[in-house]
Write a protein that binds this ligand. Structure first.
Ligand code: PLP
Length: 284
């Protein structure tokens, strides 16, 4: 039997009616970019992630880029991040002319090692991007303490970690910005590209919203240079339809991880490879 590592259509039976309803709603509305469905998704994601606000954007990559832009990162700045991540994390820093400064990872979580961060902070450091890789939150206590002490912006790359928690706090709610991806293979994936930035500061919310539409908060008045970072309503509708299943899917995935861990030990495979440490709360 061939068992694919990832089988996206396997979930279709369950969600297709909900998704089709949302697609129909968008088509009937005639509003294909931003609009009420995007606002509904933003409201639901901010509630889910326990932040005051969320802004729907074009991808997880653009979520990182727009957050860095909103934080004013640019030429000559340094941003500390993990070298063990998808390319977009460091790529977004470099695109703005800033320098990604890599701090090595912990061997058990695969996330940035908080004990190594301090010695990489220089007078050019402006921000830290911890990555919550494979659904597990980075060790945020030290990241947040060091950020506060050194006046650094914290942008969480939570592209792979929606619903994940660290000491009871949701991924995307601990830093100044939380960046999520709706790439189809993600835990909450659309049928195309999409992303979200979460935040609790009203000022940051307004900055990100303005940058999303070429720096304009009033149509055709462009106060700053932004970009087209908009999410389309069809993707927002699809993600919205799937959101209500997310916790259930997460629990199923956590259960499967436990089965793998048990079978790997029972069959002696742990003599040949290291399985991840216990499924910490709340690894997704
Ligand atoms: C850790 C991480 N950061 C950023 C991204 C970028 O997200 P997207 O593919 O939606 O641009 C991804 C996903 O590909 C990711 O896994």
């Amino acid at each position: 039997m061939k068992i694919p590592l990832l089988d996206i259509p396997a979930s279709y039976d369950k969600i297709l009616a909900d998704v089709e309803n949302k697609i129909d709603q968008v088509i009937q509305s005639g509003q294909f970019i931003l609009g009420p469905i995007v606002e509904e998704l933003e409201q639901k994601i901010s509630t889910y992630c326990e932040t005051n606000y969320a802004v729907g954007v074009s991808s997880g990559t653009d979520a990182l880029l727009i957050s860095l832009m909103a934080a004013g990162i640019g030429e000559g700045d340094e941003v500390i991040t993990s070298p063990f991540t998808f390319f977009a994390t460091a790529g977004s820093i470099a695109r703005l002319g800033a320098r990604p400064v890599f701090v090595d990872i912990e061997q058990d979580t695969f996330n940035i090692n908080p004990n190594l961060i301090e010695k990489s902070i220089t007078d050019k450091t402006r921000a830290i991007i911890p990555v919550h890789l494979y659904g597990q939150s980075a060790n945020m206590d030290s990241v947040l303490t060091l950020a506060k002490k050194n006046n650094l912006v914290v942008i969480e790359d939570a592209a792979q970690a929606i619903g994940s928690e660290y000491k009871g706090r949701k991924a995307g709610s601990m830093g100044d910005y939380g960046c999520f991806s709706f790439f189809p293979t993600k835990n909450l994936g659309g049928f195309g590209d999409g992303g979200m930035v979460t935040m609790s500061s009203e000022d940051i919310y307004n900055r990100v919203k303005t940058l999303r539409v070429h720096g304009s908060s009033i149509k055709y008045y462009h106060k700053v240079i932004g970009g087209n970072f908009r999410i389309d309503a069809l993707q927002a509708g699809i993600v919205l339809a799937k959101l209500k299943y997310l916790d259930q899917w997460t629990e199923m995935r956590r259960g499967n991880a436990q089965i793998y861990n048990r079978l790997f030990s029972e069959r002696g495979l742990t003599n040949h490879l290291t399985i991840p440490p216990k499924i910490v709360p709340k690894h997704v």
